[in-house]
Design a protein around this ligand. Structure first.
Ligand SMILES: [Zn+2]
Length: 256
């Protein structure tokens, strides 16, 4: 399973970390033996896996489909409340001389939709760009091209979410400073959304339908506007996919 690539027992000493001696013991077989020798009856080891930063070899050996599978597995852990124990200091140390993220993610600024947490990813695993309404622009396209063509990421993931305030604002024709121009970039998704019910910002079912269309249109725009990414996808080196995060339930639904 791809995700197992990420899961490694961190057995090095953590000088920077304020580990209790108990936690250090738990991480090593030797520690378990020591516990056994001290005769702690009925002690059960929690099912703990420590997540390490991706190595170049681990990332390079993954296919785009395996990256998708690993992100899906991460979201399943998040939903089940069984996230990996991210030792951020160990991940920081492991990645300080180089980074080998498997994916670049474009998602909304919404405080309820932090991609790394929803996908149970740690330091060094994903490139992230966030803008209200997860629409691309020249600078984001350039960032994605860097991530895939130069830094070796295998997946471009555009992740919208339900109850998106930016989508809602676009439907309501909200106007405010620079926000007006940003919302204008979402508006084509409104017209392109087939919906028989009430097409208003107060109908969250419609708002979510537009959010879904908006993700699909961002994917189309990325392919159309970035010959670099389009070529990488045509060659099978990367995949460009969309997803919708459901605030209720926590599922990251990958779109076909
Ligand atoms: Zn949003």
């Amino acid at each position: 399973m791809p995700r197992s690539f990420f899961i490694q027992e961190i057995s090095m000493a953590h000088s920077e970390q304020q580990n209790t001696s108990r936690r250090s013991l738990l991480k090593r077989t030797a520690g378990l033996s020591a516990l056994a020798m001290t005769g702690i009856a009925g002690f059960s080891l929690p099912a703990v896996s420590f997540a390490a930063a991706l190595s170049k070899e681990q990332r390079d050996n993954m296919t785009p489909d395996e990256v998708i599978a690993s992100l899906k597995a991460g979201n399943q852990r998040f939903r089940a409340g069984k996230m990996l124990q991210h030792d951020y200091l160990a991940q920081k140390r492991a990645s300080q001389k180089g980074q080998y993220p498997s994916a670049v993610i474009l998602s909304c600024i919404d405080s309820r939709a932090p991609a790394e947490i929803l996908l149970d990813a740690g330091i060094g695993e994903t490139f992230n760009s966030r803008v209200a309404g997860n629409v691309e622009n020249d600078d984001i396209l350039g960032s994605m091209e860097f991530a895939c063509a130069l830094a070796g990421a295998k997946l471009v993931l555009v992740m919208g979410h339900t109850s998106c305030g930016a989508v809602k604002g676009a439907i309501a024709n909200a106007e405010l400073g620079n926000l007006t121009g940003l919302l204008n970039k979402i508006k084509p998704a409104i017209a392109a959304t087939r919906y028989d019910g009430e097409r208003s910002a107060s109908n969250y079912d419609f708002v979510d339908a537009v959010a879904r269309t908006n993700v699909q249109m961002t994917l189309q725009d990325i392919r159309r506007r970035s010959s670099v990414l389009n070529k990488l996808e045509q060659e099978g080196k990367i995949k460009i996919v969309g997803a919708l995060y459901h605030l209720v339930g926590g599922k990251v639904e990958f779109l076909a």
